[in-house]
Design a protein around this ligand. Structure first.
Ligand SMILES: NC(=O)C1=CN([C@@H]2O[C@H](COP(=O)(O)OP(=O)(O)OC[C@H]3O[C@@H](n4cnc5c(N)ncnc54)[C@H](O)[C@@H]3O)[C@@H](O)[C@H]2O)C=CC1
Ligand SMILES: O=C(CO)COP(=O)(O)O
Length: 365
């Protein structure tokens, strides 16, 4: 049987880290072609004092000096900056782009194999379509016309790339591809569990980035572990309420997989959304999200702020704001100049009207 060619579409922090895991498996398992192609969005970088193309530096050194510095990938990982060439022979496409670039990338990719399957590792990209909540994997399925699974989990990229043990959840409908796709990702340090619940897995991955903004606000105000734990608990409950409203069939067990509670915890402690939200509060209104992203992430992209903006009209249209006070408050702090400390004054027993938000706007309450 012909061996399967795999292409990773995206070469940011997570794209490169997951390429280290996949490359180990393509060389270990007979069903895959050893070589792993990574589509690299071309950029110029300063390398040893010289301006060079990122993909050329990667193919010489096997290090993505911009998005995953300090990690050398296996020799059989090849960066391909030409999108059409990167995808044309692929049997499996692994999507790992910030969600704002997905539609444009698919539209530019040309012909792919009819038998191709995809897995999306993208957290975000939600929109209302005819009153129904559409997911990024729905968009990919519509544009590509083939099977699309999702892989989400407690997977801060730098820790995965360093070989630290963690878990992930593969959401997949089609049993035919399940075993092959588990084999492509699962290894001793990256344990994969497959579940038949794509919306549950994917929505947990997208919404936890919004909750992580709340955790960052809490850090910016210098609250301790109890407060953050409370926000994580409330966040999980609101994620469940939101998800069940649109997808009542999503199972309780999905929230207990790596894609659910575990990803929420790691992102609220060690993620980029948390880090930027802390800086947003500490800047006391002097810096926009774009400025903070540029200053702190060196070209990496925030997904939680975009997802908060995507779900806000959805929540309003479906009268969900009262049922989701924390997600509402996070949006208002991030985009409507609400006082950051409102994050610890969520309505439950204590009326919010007792607090005057113009009094000590940026102070801990
Ligand atoms: N970094 C992490 O720890 C994790 C990230 N994810 C998710 O993976 C997805 C991808 O994130 P990362 O790999 O972290 O990316 P990143 O945020 O590190 O890097 C940004 C990427 O966007 C690319 N880019 C910039 N302009 C572009 C354009 N016009 N068209 C196409 N690509 C362009 C850059 O080349 C770079 O690869 C996101 O949805 C994120 O939520 C999921 C798990 C862990
Ligand atoms: O998704 C992540 C960990 O699983 C990373 O989250 P951040 O984008 O907030 O870094």
């Amino acid at each position: 049987m012909a061996k399967l060619n795999v292409t990773v579409v995206g070469s940011g922090n997570w794209g490169m880290a997951i390429a280290t895991i996949i490359a180990g498996n393509t060389s270990r398992h007979d069903e895959f072609e050893d070589n792993l192609t990574v589509w690299m969005f071309e950029e110029e970088v300063q390398h040893k004092g010289v301006k060079r193309k990122l993909s050329e530096v990667f193919n010489e050194t096997k290090e993505n000096v911009k998005y995953l510095p300090g990690i050398t990938l296996p020799e059989h990982v090849k960066a391909e900056p030409d999108l059409k060439k990167a995808v044309m022979y692929a049997d499996v496409l692994i999507w790992v782009l910030p969600h704002q670039f997905v539609a444009r990338t698919v539209q530019n990719m040309g012909k792919i194999k009819d038998t191709c399957v995809s897995v999306s590792l993208i957290k975000g990209g939600l929109e209302l379509e005819g009153g129904k909540l559409g997911l990024c994997s729905d968009l990919l399925r519509k544009l590509l016309g083939h099977e699309v699974g999702v892989l989400m989990g407690a997977n801060v990229a730098n820790e995965v790339a360093a070989g630290e043990f963690c878990e992930a959840t593969l959401g997949i409908k089609d049993k035919k591809h399940q075993a092959t796709l588990v084999k492509l990702f699962d290894c001793r340090t990256f344990r994969v569990t497959a579940v038949d619940d794509i919306p549950g897995v994917e929505l947990c991955g997208a919404l936890k980035n919004v909750v992580a903004l709340g955790a960052g606000f809490c850090d910016g105000l210098e609250y301790g572990g109890n407060t953050k734990a409370a926000l994580i608990r409330i966040g999980l409950q609101e994620m469940k309420t939101f998800i069940r409203y649109f997808y009542p069939e999503v199972k309780d067990s999905t929230f207990l997989e790596s894609c659910g509670v575990a990803d929420l915890i790691t992102t609220c402690f060690g993620g980029r959304n948390r880090k930027c939200a802390e800086a947003f509060v500490k800047a006391k209104g002097t810096k926009s999200w774009d400025m903070i992203e540029k200053e702190l992430l060196g070209g990496q992209k925030l997904q939680g702020t975009l997802t908060a903006q995507e779900i806000w009209p959805v929540m309003q249209k479906h009268n969900l704001c009262d049922k989701l006070p924390m997600l509402t408050t996070i949006y208002q702090i991030a985009f409507e100049d609400r006082a950051p400390w409102a994050i610890v004054k969520l309505p439950s027993g204590m009326p919010t009207s007792a607090f005057h938000e113009d009094d000590g706007f940026f102070e801990k309450k």
